[in-house]
Design a protein around this ligand. Structure first.
Ligand code: SAH
Length: 468
């Protein structure tokens, strides 16, 4: 961010505009919405500016700007539509202590004016740092269409009611009251006229005060493999309403961004081997926050039901009498085969697929290895980086074909996704060479689709040559 968005207090303060043409008029239209005292300096002002001056909405001085004209001003706009005059007046304004904007001159400006959606006191400012004014206007139009016109009056009335609403406990109870006000009772009351939103607010508050506090609740949410767009709509909604978010190490920052601003976000990250927060502590945290009445989102990478120690956390909830729900997510294996352009199962090739973790394979019985070593088998191996050599050894020992394709997908679905296409005999060495530091998923038995095509073409050719 090269520009930081803020809202400047301008009520009763001076804003000075130099210029009397179209550029000045465009800025003045915006500035006239504020409670600032406006001064315009222009030797030859347009009739519109003359009219505003006659109506007492601004002070007009019919000459060019001179030193002393910008004293005590909060903001200054150089809107002369003349580069030399803009530079001259901006220099004076800077010297006199105002924040300076030169219209259509990003470099010369200390601030830029955003596109504005005005539902005063609700104001949305949209900026693109000058990069894409068209985009800013499109977003503005979109928001204009979406935000009810009555939002302004509702917010003004709501503001006067804030003290009374403090009778409700902080957190969810208060939030739900305001949500009902802004999105259902308030607009309805405003449309009906009678008594208006004031009466509606009193009724609503009465109803909410009479409610029994809702007990805490836990959502076990699969956050997917990393790309925020692979979150489910339900996951997004509960994140947006969460009081507490307890997440794994693998959860991308872009996804945590979607949590409610006021939510408590706790990193319960566990490194592959050696936990940084013991599972017991995580269980206790979940229960503690739910018992305190919070809506807890337990965010796990991929799907919560796959190698996520979900059962221990559900058991802890059950033991504590805390209600919960599991929201499924996209598991890393799905994202990895999508990256390979392959199916997890395929008619005539493999009717079943195994999900394995590198951790547990050490305890694999011989018959499991023998089954996996058969041609056509497919397995998705989680957390297998450190177990690569062990896995290879066992599979070869049980007669697996040395050329069986093995694909390793690092950072599946993320911008830094990488694919290593290799074969069983070369797999551990090539994996080490690739120096993958992100999460990796190994798909045993599948090559990337493109590589497969190339291989088939090669084999076809070889066969033809043999025949010839
Ligand atoms: N519940 C998760 C798995 C948790 S175990 C799921 O359903 O995906 C953690 C392992 O998942 C990692 O060691 C890695 O093997 C795999 N993993 C998670 N996200 C991944 C990603 N974006 N790319 C590749 N592998 C990933």
């Amino acid at each position: 961010m090269q520009h930081f968005p803020v809202f400047i207090a301008v009520a009763g303060r001076r804003i000075v505009v130099s210029g009397g043409g179209g550029a000045a008029i465009a800025k003045l239209r915006l500035l006239l919405k504020t409670e600032a005292r406006l001064t315009v300096l222009a030797a030859d002002p347009a009739p519109e500016i003359e009219r505003w001056a006659a109506e007492g909405r601004l002070t007009l001085t019919r000459r060019a700007l001179e030193p002393g004209d910008v004293l005590c001003a909060a903001l200054f706009y150089a809107a002369n539509e003349d580069a030399a005059e803009d530079a001259r007046t901006a220099a004076i304004a800077r010297a006199e202590g105002a924040l300076v904007n030169i219209v259509d001159n990003l470099e010369g400006s200390a601030f830029i004016t955003p596109a504005i959606v005005d539902r005063d006191p609700v104001v949305v400012a949209i900026g693109t740092e000058g990069a894409a004014p068209v985009l800013a206007r499109a977003i503005k139009a979109d928001l204009e269409a979406r935000l009810p016109a009555a939002l302004g009056p509702l917010a003004r009335i709501g503001k006067m009611f804030r003290k009374k609403a403090e009778d409700l406990p902080t957190g969810r109870a208060r939030r739900e009251f305001w949500r009902d006000y802004y999105f259902s009772d308030g607009p309805r009351a405003l449309a009906a006229g009678e008594g208006g939103p004031h009466a509606a607010l009193h009724d609503l508050l009465g109803r909410h005060l009479g409610r029994k506090a809702r007990p805490g609740y836990v959502f076990f949410v699969g956050a997917g493999p990393g790309d925020p767009e692979l979150l489910t709509l339900k996951a997004r909604r509960v994140l947006d309403e969460a009081d507490v978010v307890i997440h794994d190490r693998l959860i991308a920052p872009e996804i945590l961004e979607l949590a409610r601003r006021e939510a408590i976000v706790i990193d319960a990250g566990k490194e592959g081997f050696g936990a940084s927060m013991p599972q017991q502590d995580i269980n206790a945290l979940i229960v503690e926050h739910a018992r305190a009445g919070g809506q807890v989102v337990r965010l796990k990478s991929g799907d919560a039901t796959v190698f996520g120690r979900l059962d221990e956390e559900m058991d802890a909830c059950d033991a504590a009498g805390v209600g919960f729900q599991v929201l499924p997510g996209i598991t890393a294996a799905s994202a990895a085969v999508a990256a390979l352009g392959q199916s997890l199962t395929r008619r005539g090739r493999n009717a079943s697929v195994r999900f394995l973790t590198g951790h547990d394979m050490k305890g694999f019985a011989d018959h499991d290895w023998a089954a996996l070593a058969r041609p056509g088998e497919v397995a998705a191996i989680y957390m297998g980086r450190k177990a690569a050599r062990f896995i290879q050894g066992r599979l070869l020992m049980h007669g697996a074909d040395r050329g069986t394709p093995v694909s390793v997908v690092e950072n599946a679905s993320r911008p830094d996704q990488r694919i290593l296409a290799t074969a069983l005999d070369r797999f551990p060495a090539e994996l080490a060479d690739a120096r993958m530091s992100g999460p990796v998923l190994t798909i045993y038995g599948l090559a990337p689709r493109t590589a497969l095509r190339a291989l088939e073409a090669f084999q076809d050719n070889a066969e033809k040559q043999e025949l010839a």
